[in-house]
Ligand binder design. Structure first.
Ligand SMILES: NC(=O)c1ccc[n+]([C@@H]2O[C@H](COP(=O)([O-])OP(=O)(O)OC[C@H]3O[C@@H](n4cnc5c(N)ncnc54)[C@H](O)[C@@H]3O)[C@@H](O)[C@H]2O)c1
Length: 260
C-alpha cells in the first residue's frame, strides 16, 4: 500500500485512538483526528501534524463534513480506524433504555456512520484498509450488557463487510483488546482489587498499553496484512485464551504429579 494519503481515526483524542494516530503517522499517513472532545483532538493533531475535528461520531452531518475536509486537505482516505467508544458499567436490569441506546449508538452505529462516509472516498481513491476496535467483550461475557452487545455487533459487522468491500480493494478487520490503560477504565483500574484481578487473569501478567493495540492496528492497516480481511485479532495478553483456575490451578497439576 502506498502510504501517502489520509488516515481517519476516531476517538483520536485519547487512549487507543490516540496511539493509533501516532503509529499511523509514523508510516507516512496524514492524520484526521476525530473526537467529541475538541481539546483532546487538537492535542493529538498537533502531535502528529494532522488536522483535528471536534465531531460526535453519531452525528452523520458532522462526520460527513469532517471526512470531506480531510479528503480535500490530505487526499482520499487510505485508512480508517474506528475507535471512539464509551462504556456504561451496569447490569441489564439497572440500565435505562437511553443508556443502552447511547452505548450502542456510539460503539456500533458510530462505526456505521464513519464506514458510510469513508468507504465511497476510499473506493474512489483505489482502496485501503479499515480497522475497527472491538473488544474481548464481544467474544465473551464481560459484565456490561450494552457494551458487550455493541462489541459483538462490531465483530459481526466486520466479518459481513469483508466480501462487500473486497471488490473495491478495501480490507476490513477488527482488533479485540483486553484490558488496556486508557480514559475508559482509569476509574476502575485505580481500585486495587480490580487492578490485581485483571493482572491475575492475564497470562502475560500485565495490563495492556494503548500502543500494544496501536502496533496491531498498524500491522492490519499496512502492507504486511495485504491478504487479511474479515477477521479479528485478539490482543489481550492471553486473557480469553484460557480458563483461569487461580490457586486451584496448582492443585489440578498436583494430581498428575502424584501419579508419577
Ligand atoms: N481500554 C480498554 O481496556 C479497552 C478494551 C477493549 C476495547 N476498547 C475500545 O477501545 C476504543 C478506544 O477506547 P479507549 O480505551 O482508548 O478509551 P478512551 O476513553 O481513552 O478513548 C475514547 C475516546 O473516544 C472519544 N469519544 C467518546 N464518545 C465519542 C463520540 N460519541 N464521538 C466521538 N468521540 C467519542 C472520547 O472523547 C475519547 O477521546 C473503544 O472503542 C473501546 O471500547 C478499550
Amino acid at each position: 500500500m502506498d502510504n501517502s494519503g489520509c488516515a481517519v481515526v476516531t476517538g483520536a483524542g485519547s487512549g487507543i485512538g490516540r496511539a493509533c494516530a501516532l503509529r499511523l503517522a509514523e508510516t507516512g499517513l496524514s492524520i484526521a483526528a476525530l473526537d467529541a472532545d475538541a481539546a483532546a483532538a487538537e492535542r493529538t493533531a498537533k502531535e502528529v501534524g494532522g488536522a483535528a475535528f471536534a465531531v460526535d461520531v453519531t452525528d452523520e452531518n458532522a462526520v460527513a463534513s469532517a471526512v470531506a475536509v480531510a479528503d480535500s486537505l490530505f487526499g482520499s482516505p487510505k485508512v480508517l480506524v474506528n475507535a471512539a467508544g464509551i462504556i456504561i458499567r451496569k447490569k441489564l436490569l439497572d440500565s435505562t433504555v437511553d443508556e443502552w441506546r447511547r452505548v450502542v449508538d456510539v460503539n456500533l452505529t458510530g462505526y456505521f456512520v464513519l464506514l458510510k462516509q469513508v468507504i465511497p472516498r476510499m473506493a474512489a481513491g483505489g482502496g485501503g484498509s479499515i480497522v475497527q476496535i472491538a473488544s474481548i467483550a464481544g467474544h465473551t461475557g464481560y459484565g456490561f450488557s450494552s457494551y458487550t452487545a455493541a462489541k459483538g455487533g462490531v465483530l459481526a459487522l466486520t466479518r459481513q463487510l469483508a466480501a462487500e468491500l473486497a471488490v473495491d480493494g478495501i480490507r476490513i478487520n477488527s482488533v479485540s483488546p483486553g484490558v488496556v490503560h486508557s480514559g475508559l477504565n482509569r476509574d476502575t483500574l485505580s481500585h486495587e482489587n480490580i487492578r490485581s484481578a485483571t493482572v491475575a487473569n492475564t497470562p502475560l501478567g500485565r495490563i495492556g498499553e494503548p500502543d500494544d493495540i496501536a502496533r496491531v492496528v498498524a500491522f492490519l492497516a499496512g502492507p504486511g496484512a495485504d491478504y487479511v480481511t474479515g477477521t479479528d485479532l485478539v490482543a489481550d495478553g492471553g486473557m480469553i485464551s484460557t480458563i483461569h483456575w487461580g490457586a486451584a490451578g496448582g492443585e489440578l497439576h498436583s494430581f498428575h504429579a502424584q501419579e508419577r
